[in-house]
Every structure is written in C-alpha cells, then in structure tokens.
Design a protein around this ligand. Structure first.
Ligand code: GDP
Length: 467
C-alpha cells in the first residue's frame, strides 16, 4: 500500500480559560441577541408574517420575492407567496434534508433575533417543544377573523396548548400579534375583545402582565409590522397609536446567561457526513466553549474536538450560554452523535439517570394519571418512552405544602411529586439512562414535559435523583 492517509491536525485552543470567560462576559454584557419561537394555531398566519417581516426588514430582495410569487402562484396558492419564502429555506434545500424547525435571523434596529419557526399542526407539537426549549421569547400569532380566533382558542385549538407549553419550558416574554384585522375591517371592538379574552389566560398560565404585549397587525398587507405609513393602515391609524411589531421586538430583553455554570450543549440536530466533519446544532445551556476544545459526548465514553463554531451563519472563535450554535466536530465517529446527546467538559460531566423524581403540574386532561402510566418524556432536545413509576405526593400549587402522600391518581390542575423511569429499549435490555441535570443546578437542563397519545399531560422540573 502506497497511499498514506492524510490526518488533519485538530485546531488548537486560542484562549486560556479565564481569558475566555472575561471575553464572553464583556461581549455578552452588550448583547443584542434574543431567540424567538413563533407559535399559534395552524393558519393563523405565522409563515406569512415571518416572510413579510423579513421582506420589510430588507432581508428578502425584490427579485426573490417576485420569483417566489411566481413559483407559488404556479401551484395555485398565490396567497401563500409570503409563506413560500419561509418554508423550504435555502439551508434545507442545500443540505437535502428537512429540518424539524426552520431557523432564520432577523435584525431589528436594536435586536438580532434568531427565529425558531414552529409548525402549528397538532402532530408537530414535539417539534415545537424542541423549538421552544431553545427560545428566550415567544411571538403568538392569532387570527382575528370571525370564528377563527374562537376555533384556535377553544379546547383542542393550539393557542392555549402552545402558550402553556412555552411557559413551562421557561419562556417568560410573549408578544401577541393579532393578525388578519383586514378581515374584520380593522374593527377596534374585535381587537379589544380578543385582548380581553387572552389576557386572563396568559396570567393564569404564569406570564407576568409586564412581560406580555399585544399588537394589531395585518401580516399579508404588511400593516403595523415596521410602520403604519401605507394607505392600508388608515383604518387602524384612526384608533391605534401604540407600538408596531418591530417596536415591541426591539424591547425584548436578552436572557441572563449562565456563564459560570459548566458547559452543557444538548444536541437538537445532527448533519452527518459533511466534508467539514460532523455538524451538530443546539442551544448552549451553560458555560462557554471554544474552537479546539475536547468535549465529552454523553451518554457513552467518547470525546470529540471542536473544529469550528458557527452562530447565525458566521464563524466564531467561541460561543457562550444562551446562544444557539452549530459546532463542527472531529475525532469522533458520527454514530455517537444523536438528537438528545449532551456535549460537556470531560472533567465535569452531566449525571445520567434512568429514574428520577420530578415535580409536575398536570394539564387539562380527561383521563387521570395513575402509577405505572406510560408516557413520552420530553427533556431538552430528546424524547424517550418512560413511565410515571410512582405517585409520591400531591402538593398545594400555591405554597408547595404536601397535601397527600401516595395519591392513587393525578387529575387536572394538580401539582405533584412523581418518580419517572425511562423504559429500556427491549424487555431484557438493561435500564436506559439519559443525561439529566436537576433544575436547581441548571434551569435549561432540568425541565421535563410528559405527553400521552399525542397530548401534553404535564410539565415539570426534576428536583432530585433516585440513585
Ligand atoms: P400558518 O399556518 O400560521 O403559518 O399560516 P400561513 O402563513 O400559512 O397563513 C394561512 C393563510 O392565512 C394563508 O392563506 C395566508 O395568505 C392567510 N393570511 C395570513 N396573513 C393574513 C392577513 O393579514 N390577512 C388575510 N386576509 N389573510 C392572511
């Protein structure tokens, strides 16, 4: 054999640990970056809004828009021309894969916003969970047309479920865009009525009034997104003098960063077999990581070296907690990298657990939860089949005091301590352990959601382990 394999040297680290932390602190104190998940009932106008907003903010040039309009009218859905721009992003087409969540970035005058677009169909809630678990803020889009707001808001509609979900995943700021007001002739009474129905629900779901804002818009016509100067805005201008959608986006508060915590990156997407190494994406849930660092890949015994880092399509030397990033990894066989895998420092790894205690709040369910109930457990970017193995106690929702030890079942609205056990892959297989850090140690890593038959039944936090 004459051919010699060219082994590429992995990159070296640039910064000493303390210097890196200082760099990160300095640059994050001036950060304008927030991530936003777009939620709402199917057909509320989420894609239309985001497409139009990108255009208004100058990201989409006139040529692309005309091409999109032609492309979409050809297949007979011309009103979808704005949405066309968002569905099937360049990235998806180039990589030849379909991503669970489309991510785009928007620049408003004061913020750089990473948009995580969540599909509104019922079956897509799991994708929305992975979007929302990476988001700092939510943009809820509701359809103001007669009957449509009601359909989205009643039981079975996605408006309520999405709001409860994002709140339980830690999102505390929400902007509510009341869309399609052109359909009701920009009627102020209709707008006020929708606001007055949503407000109490938001408070009840745990959002603070000061962190919720409402704005009347017309996504299709581009009314009140960036300004209200167009002819189409005249009816709205007669009664509305508040902020535009972009004014509100500008006031979103960047998250406080968990810089001092150990590095945690739960992987939400893997792109295998790229020439540049294997690319993984995920939200940095703690700490800082730089190019050249060796990271442990959990579960398992493998490590990988960070070859390069991208944030918002730009190469960067390091990335810190609170950002969504793409990491190119070398010195690892891609079979070890999966959705739900956690990257962490080799000397400070995430504990693995196959069984743990969680404090949950039970959603609006019809069939109560009993001990042994099968569930699908959602935890950061991962979902696994599990069981509610023990019902330990019910608690008072207001003060947390124990109401009843070993309850027989849990029903709607209850707060409870339960034990959750991950199911093994087959009957004789050993118990499966997943990387799980408690909420007290890392808020982003300790949240859990429980689903059953495609419906979210409870949300909670993992307070302690049962080892
Ligand atoms: P999504 O499912 O929430 O992403 O909704 P889409 O963006 O696909 O929009 C659903 C439908 O509502 C499409 O036919 C859009 O053209 C229409 N639509 C969106 N925004 C407006 C609006 O401001 N006014 C009117 N009249 N229709 C709109």
């Amino acid at each position: 054999k004459t051919a010699t394999e060219v082994v590429e040297e992995p990159p070296k680290m640039t910064f000493a640990k303390e210097v890196l932390l200082e760099e990160a602190k300095k640059s994050l104190s001036q950060s304008k970056n927030v991530s936003l998940v777009v939620i709402g009932h199917v057909d509320a106008g989420k894609s239309t809004l985001m497409g139009r907003l990108l255009y208004e903010l100058g990201r989409l040039d006139e040529k692309t828009r005309t091409a999109n309009e032609r492309g979409s009218s050809k297949i007979g859905k011309s009103s979808f021309s704005w949405a066309w721009n968002l569905d099937g992003t360049l990235e998806e087409r180039e990589r030849g894969i379909t991503m669970d969540i489309a991510t785009r970035s928007l620049s408003t005058p004061k913020r750089n916003i990473t948009v995580l677009d969540a599909p509104g169909h019922k079956d897509f809630v799991p994708n929305m969970i992975s979007g929302a678990s990476q988001a700092d803020c939510a943009l809820l889009v509701v359809d103001a047309s007669m009957g449509e707001f009601e359909a989205g808001f009643e039981r079975g509609g996605q408006t309520r479920e999405h709001l409860i979900l994002v709140r339980s995943l830690g999102v505390s700021q929400v902007i509510v865009a009341i869309n399609k007001l052109d359909q009701v002739n920009w009627d102020r009474i209709r707008y006020d009525d929708i606001v007055s129905q949503l407000k109490p629900f938001l408070l009840q779901s745990g959002f603070q009034a000061s962190n919720t804002n409402f704005v009347p818009i017309g996504a299709m016509l581009g009314v009140n997104l960036v300004n209200r100067e167009d002819e189409e805005a005249s009816l709205l201008n007669a009664w509305y003098h508040g902020p535009t959608l972009v004014d509100l986006l500008d006031t979103l508060v960047p998250p406080t960063r968990n810089l001092m915590a150990p590095l945690r990156i739960p992987i939400s997407n893997v792109f295998k077999g790229q020439s540049a190494g294997t690319a993984v994406t995920g939200r940095v849930c703690g700490g800082v990581v730089q190019v050249g660092e060796r990271l442990r890949v959990l579960p398992g015994d493998e490590t990988a070296i960070v070859k390069s880092i991208e944030v918002e399509e730009q190469d960067v030397p390091w990335v810190a907690a609170g950002s969504n990033a793409t990491l190119y990894l070398t010195s690892i066989d891609p079979v070890h990298l999966n959705v739900g895998t956690v990257l962490c420092p080799p000397d400070n790894v995430v504990p693995l657990a196959s069984s743990f205690k969680a404090r949950i709040i039970v959603f609006d369910i019809v069939i109560p939860i009993t001990a042994g109930a099968s569930i699908e457990l959602f935890h950061h970017s991962r979902d696994v089949s599990a069981a509610v193995s023990k019902l330990l106690a019910t608690r008072d929702r207001a003060n947390g005091k124990i109401l009843k030890i070993s309850p027989r079942m849990l029903s709607k609205g209850m707060s409870a301590d339960v034990e959750i056990t991950i199911r093994s892959l087959s009957q004789n297989a050993p118990p499966r352990a997943i990387p799980l850090e408690t909420f007290a140690v890392n808020k982003d890593m300790g949240r859990v959601l429980l689903r059953r038959n495609g419906e979210t039944v409870a949300a909670g936090v993992s307070p302690t382990y049962n080892v």
